[in-house]
Design a binder for this molecule. Structure first.
Ligand code: HDD
Length: 707
């Protein structure tokens, strides 16, 4: 059994005895066909369609306030909404499990969640975008949230990270300014789900510490193909405490099994309109298909005594710890294996706190993290009330016992007359560290009280340069175009001019190109010499999957009446073996006749599911079908658009003629060898004059992930 299917089998098994699922079960309501309708106070309802009125039956009379059933329905409706998250409002979530490979992290920590390989820790993960509101689109250019709640027997541990390893600001006190600047502007609440506006670029232009993070967001990392294909980072520096009392600084990384992949900007823009729920659906589609998204958890560790050995401050969240200086150590894996049953009680009500740590894992003096540790609890009180941790999705799977009491929506009934400590019966007592009580690392702290950050926090461009230098040429081109797009949406000259000047501190060519594109200030010489250093893992290409796979990729099969059905069925079967999903796209969502069989019902038409929704497409053979596609404008546009987005393309015989027609290459015959059955490959397009089932089967089996 392969490693992947092994994990899936384990994950499936664990679902049945997952302690969090058992905890949630009593709260699940499963109506069946015979359920009787009642009010919230349990009285059965005889009529939910007619408000109680005074009427002789032939005309409508005044409505009566006494109608408790109608009033309850309306009251409940009026109060359905709660405040959306002030940032990260739009998101999607799923349940899963986390397991460590072995106890290799025990040199650094005694937290069993990171060291006990016999454990399967249930988790809930919420992915999100930062800027847009709850109803905004998934594929916008933005940072993605990657928040993980581990339900451990030692309490909940929340690792609230992003898909980008650094942050815009160094100190939490600036967070409200940053968020105000990136959110829709106050005078008109424009724009939604975008940072392409004056206020954002004004703020970051005046805050050079954001330069590094801005580079990441303008790179392809800002437009991931899927939540399943992005890295995650704890971003802040945390600490680990081992059984010997030694402390290490740590950064957490999530590495996706499928590799890091992005959309291209034109796709991202179009999908935002064509299917705003693209990422949300993609996550559910993969889990339903049994292709469980999976990440490796890796840690970077720095010994306590080495804190000051680097030319950057390791507590500065605008800096990465370059992997060549501090290597990644893989320690475990996360698998998402269960979709939510209901969005609101799970995804909307899940609430995270960076300060929720379990023994063996600690916070650090990172000034951004310190503020976060205050902010999250506070925001949960405002969104969900002080008893938010009693909500099913937030409740730990271990016993909770203390003298915290009351507050709105208290669910617990404590059977004791003592609600303070100490008390005459010692009903609830603190626990020593030996017996699992949380203890902080004892640290000597001496200093003056003042509002400063350390000297190394003042340097802002070295790592922005390192990131830029590490990109491949195509990534650099995308990044340059992203800057141009964003700055060209700013109409305040001071804003776009200042930012082009700032770019010149990172790279002269980048600044010059962007300045030319947006009418910014063209530099004469570099404001800061680019140091020329690179770090390979900063390019997303570095994280290509170890074993190439097409699992979960969406592949369209373009057909018109007269297509070759035997060929299509064979191709579908082969792609299904490799766990890709195939979708028949035809002139209408109805039966499309084939030349040789019953025909197939198209899943969608060219009009209603555009090429942007797919990773690849294929055009089978079939004389009539080929002629019809050539004469169908929407199909031709479909092909051109997909080719422009560098999609993988396959075609056979008449399918190749369609490609040549659509791409305007008949005289070049780039994709077509009409007299030969050889397979031809160019520009990621694979064509052949005749479909060869045997070699195709061999190809697909070669890349298939499972047995
Ligand atoms: Fe934050 C939500 C990630 C800095 C204050 N943040 C939130 C979420 C993620 C992050 C993933 C969504 C959680 C969910 O799905 O419910 N935030 C980060 C990262 C940061 C960061 C990686 C930098 C390292 N955040 C940050 C600062 C502050 C906040 C500096 C305040 C001082 N963040 C919040 C918040 C939110 C939040 C206002 C909104 C909703 C929530 O907490 O639960 O408290």
């Amino acid at each position: 059994m392969s490693a992947i299917s092994d994990t899936i089998a384990q994950a499936m098994h664990k679902i049945t005895d997952d302690p969090k699922l058992q905890d949630l079960r009593p709260h699940m309501v499963v109506p069946d066909g015979s359920s009787q309708m009642t009010t919230d106070y349990g009285a059965k309802i005889s009529d939910t369609d007619h408000w109680l009125t005074v009427s002789d039956g032939s005309s409508v009379g005044p409505a009566l306030l006494e109608d408790q059933i109608a009033r309850e329905k309306i009251h409940r409706f009026d109060h359905e909404r709660i405040p959306e998250r002030v940032v990260h409002a739009r998101g999607a979530g799923a349940h899963g499990v986390f397991k460590v490979f072995d106890n290799r992290a025990s040199k650094y920590t005694y937290a069993p969640v990171l060291t006990d390989a016999s454990r399967s820790t249930p988790v809930f993960v919420r992915f999100s975008t930062v800027q847009g509101s709850r109803g905004s689109a998934d594929t916008v250019r933005d940072v993605r949230g990657f928040a993980v709640k581990f339900y451990t027997p030692e309490g909940n541990w929340d690792l609230v990270g992003n898909d980008i390893p650094v942050f815009f600001i160094q100190d939490a006190i600036k967070f409200p300014d940053f968020v105000h600047s990136v959110k829709p502007e106050p005078q008109n609440e424009v724009p939604q789900g975008q940072s392409a506006h004056n206020n954002f670029w004004d703020f970051v232009g005046l805050q050079p510490e954001s330069a590094h993070m801005v580079m990441w967001v303008m790179s392809d990392r800002g437009i991931p193909r899927s939540y399943r294909m992005m890295q995650g980072f704890g971003v802040n520096t945390f600490t680990l405490l081992n059984a010997g009392g030694q402390r290490h600084f740590v950064k957490f990384h999530w590495i996706p099994e499928l590799g890091v992949h992005s959309l291209v900007w034109d796709e991202a823009l179009k999908i935002a309109g064509q299917d705003p729920d693209f990422h949300r659906k993609d996550l559910a589609e993969a889990i339903h298909a049994g292709c469980y998204p999976k990440w490796t958890l890796a840690i970077q560790v720095i010994a306590n005594e080495d804190e000051h050995k680097f030319d950057f401050d390791i507590l500065d969240a605008t800096k990465v710890w370059p992997e060549d200086l501090v290597p990644l150590q893989p320690i475990g894996e996360l698998v998402l294996n269960r979709v939510v049953d209901e969005y609101f009680p799970e995804v909307e009500q899940v609430a995270f706190c960076t300060s929720h740590l379990v023994p063996g894992i600690g916070t650090s003096d990172d000034p951004l993290l310190q503020g976060r540790n205050f902010s999250y609890f506070d925001t949960q009180i405002s969104r969900l009330g002080i008893n938010w941790e009693q909500l099913p999705i937030n409740r730990p799977v271990c016993p909770v016992m203390n003298i915290n009491r009351d507050g709105k929506m208290q669910m617990k009934i404590h059977k004791t007359n003592l609600n303070y400590f100490p008390n005459r019966d010692s009903i609830v007592n603190p626990v020593s560290s030996e017996r699992g009580g949380y203890v902080e690392f004892m640290e000597k702290v001496v200093g003056m009280k003042h509002r400063v950050r350390g000297a190394k926090f003042q340097e802002h461009y070295n790592q922005a340069q390192l990131f830029y230098n590490s990109l491949t040429p195509v990534e650099k081109e995308h990044l340059t175009n992203a800057f141009a797009f964003e700055l060209s949406h700013c109409d305040d000259q001071r804003v776009y001019e200042r930012y082009t000047q700032l770019l010149n501190h990172i790279d002269f060519d980048l600044a010059a190109t962007v300045a030319e594109k947006v009418n910014g200030i063209s530099p004469e010489k570099p404001a800061h010499q680019n140091h020329g250093k690179k770090s390979e893992p900063l390019s997303q290409f570095y994280y290509a999957p170890k074993t190439p796979t097409i699992a979960t990729r969406r592949i369209a099969i373009l057909v018109a009446d007269g297509f070759n059905e035997a060929e299509v069925l064979a191709v579908r079967g082969l792609l299904a073996m490799a766990k890709a999903t195939t979708w028949i796209i035809g002139p209408r969502r109805a039966k499309v006749k084939s030349a040789d069989g019953q025909g197939l019902v198209a899943d969608h038409s060219f009009e209603d599911q555009r090429s942007t929704m797919f990773d690849a497409f294929y055009i089978p053979s079939g004389a009539e079908h080929g002629k019809t596609l050539i004469g169908t404008g929407r199909a031709i546009h479909w092909i051109r658009e997909a080719f422009g987005h560098c999609k993988a393309i396959g075609a056979v015989a008449e399918g190749v003629s369609v490609l040549n027609h659509a791409l305007g290459l008949p005289e070049v015959k780039l994709f077509y060898s009409p007299d030969s059955d050889n397979v031809m490959t160019s520009y990621g397009v694979v064509t052949t004059g005749k479909y060869d089932f045997t070699s195709a089967a061999a190809d697909v089996v070669r890349i298939a992930p499972g047995p």
